[in-house]
Design a protein around this ligand. Structure first.
Ligand code: SF4
Length: 102
């Protein structure tokens, strides 16, 4: 009985260690700004900006692929300004700042 408990404890420790290593190796950095910018966009997913939808446009703005928020014509000027100000002031996961116009 004691051997079985000991074996299960050792097995649990080994599997836990493997999970911890896998979590470190396969860690993917997530740019939190994308979700914030996505929430500030109109959410119509109309494609008028030239991207597949609002989420794709938010990704493009945060990555620097899209240089201006003006591409989203359905958004109001105040919202565009707020989005540009947020992106221009908020660093990504690596501490880099992206510059966009409104
Ligand atoms: S134009 Fe604006 S509302 Fe339409 S998909 Fe692009 S970001 Fe969304």
């Amino acid at each position: 009985m004691l051997e079985a408990v000991l074996m299960m404890t050792i097995l649990g420790l080994i599997l836990g260690l493997l999970l911890a290593i896998a979590a470190k190796v396969f860690y993917v950095k997530v740019d939190q700004r994308i979700e914030e910018v996505r929430a500030m966009l109109p959410g119509l997913d109309c494609g008028g900006c030239g991207y597949a939808g609002c989420n794709a446009f938010a990704e493009a703005l945060c990555s620097g692929d899209a240089k201006t928020v003006k591409l989203c014509r359905p958004s109001k000027p105040a919202a565009r300004e707020a989005i540009a100000e947020y992106i221009n002031k908020t660093p990504d996961a690596d501490g880099n700042i992206t510059k966009v116009d409104f």
